[in-house]
Design a binder for this molecule. Structure first.
Ligand code: DSN
Length: 414
């Protein structure tokens, strides 16, 4: 940072301010975390200087004796951790990883079934606004209105009629277990390839807190910066028979040179995730989410599905007479950072929805446990009762900062 301060004080100052923010607020966006010093060191390394189009031992540029070692290690660790026959660690993030699956398994066009964005799916699972809903023919499965749970029978009926070639499972804001075995039956009947996008729950699948997608699915995609605590990046894991098609879709289909600094940091994160401490961390993430859900329910909040099995809760703010955006803004003023989110069958628009999404991955990395989750549920309730009261929100912000000060934030040294 000393060199950066000299060369570019404006950027150095913004980074320093962001570090102070990340240290002093309760970070509860379910897709965010703290990367370790080791992961950050690899991310900021000289590996960023190198071009390496191709794959280990099959490159289009010279000078790869070290890069091949880095990527081979990342691949081997990914295969071992996810029990996969093949791993591609080059996708720049989760959306490019999913895009490569479309390109590799369908080509330019095809029929896809994915979870509706409004039901908690992801943009790349066929939403109109994304490439997936623009270029491919898509139908969406969804949730039961009363329970908020995935309607597997409805998905099965849809697949029988529509005969998708590709089925996406996985979600961005679904708080319950996804039944990959049930989807495998649906895919088998339809003759479709089945993909599990486990970006949100990757760690829980490793630790056993969520059922593993293999052997039920053909392909797993995931980001590397959420529960995995790596750099921003993506991965594709698959059976050997699909490896060549998917590798070709990533490079040269969609991408040029891999981000070698990110690949190295992914390798480090995967190493960190292979020890017993990481499994313990994931157990705690899930336990903390259950404690947070319990604390919120006790304080009169309404949660979609009534609770959680994973790392996040989805609050229906309408039940408190609030919108998700209004609560998210007030929470931020009070040092608690979540995100407004659509709830199933939400009558409100995406930029001002009815829901609020809160997650436990980052706070658990700081070492917080069930008692802190109950405290935080209390703070969220105080915020919900204090909208527009700047003084009350500022006081809660002090309480949040005080809570944070007792729990170190990995990777942040002020
Ligand atoms: N943007 C991510 C999330 O916050 O869930 C999903 O890609």
């Amino acid at each position: 940072m000393d060199q950066l301060r000299t060369t570019d004080p404006e950027i150095a100052e913004l980074i320093a301010k962001e570090a102070r923010r990340q240290k002093s607020v309760l970070r509860m966006i379910p897709s965010e975390n703290y990367a370790s010093d080791a992961v950050l060191a690899a991310t900021g390394s000289i590996l960023a200087n190198k071009y390496s189009e191709g794959y280990p031992s099959r490159r289009y540029y010279q000078g790869q004796e070290n890069i091949d070692g880095v990527e081979s290690l990342a691949q081997a660790r990914a295969r071992a951790l996810f029990k996969a026959e093949h791993a591609n660690v080059q996708p720049y993030s989760g959306s490019p990883a999913n895009m490569a699956v479309y390109l590799g398994l369908l080509g330019k066009t095809g029929r896809v079934m994915g979870m509706d964005l409004a039901a908690g799916g992801h943009l790349t699972h066929g939403a109109k606004a994304s490439f997936s809903g623009t270029y491919y023919e898509v139908v969406h499965y969804g949730l039961f209105r009363d329970s908020g749970l995935i309607d597997y029978q409805g998905a099965r009926r849809l697949a029988r009629e529509f005969k998708p070639q590709l089925i996406f499972t996985g979600a961005s804001s679904y708080p319950r277990v996804i039944d990959f075995a049930a989807f495998a039956e649906i895919a088998r009947e339809a003759g479709a390839h089945l993909v599990a996008d486990i970006s949100h729950i990757s760690g829980l699948c490793i630790s056993g807190d969520h059922p593993h997608p293999f052997p039920h699915v053909d392909v797993i995609t995931t980001t590397t910066h959420k529960l995995l605590r790596g750099p921003r990046g993506g991965m594709i894991l698959c059976r050997e028979e699909l490896a060549a098609r998917l590798d070709k879709a990533v490079f040269p289909g969609l991408q040029g040179g891999p981000h070698n600094h990110a690949t190295a940091a992914i390798a480090v994160a995967l190493k960190e995730a292979s020890g017993p401490e990481y499994a313990q961390y994931c157990h705690q993430v899930a336990s903390n989410a259950r404690a947070l859900a319990q604390g919120l329910l006790e304080r009169g909040f309404s949660l979609i599905t009534g609770g959680t099995d994973n790392h996040l809760v989805l609050i229906d703010c309408g039940a408190k007479g609030l919108t998700g955006k209004a609560l998210a803004v007030a929470l931020e003023q009070a040092g608690i950072v979540g995100n407004a989110n659509k709830i199933p069958f939400d009558p409100r628009p995406a930029n001002d929805p009815s829901g609020l999404r809160l997650g436990t991955p980052a706070l658990t990395t700081r070492g917080m446990k069930e008692p802190e989750m109950d405290l935080i549920a209390g703070l969220v309730a105080q915020v919900a009762a204090s909208l527009g009261n700047a003084q009350a929100l500022a006081h809660i912000k002090e309480l949040a900062a005080e809570l944070c000060s007792g729990f170190p934030a990995p990777g942040i040294h002020l």
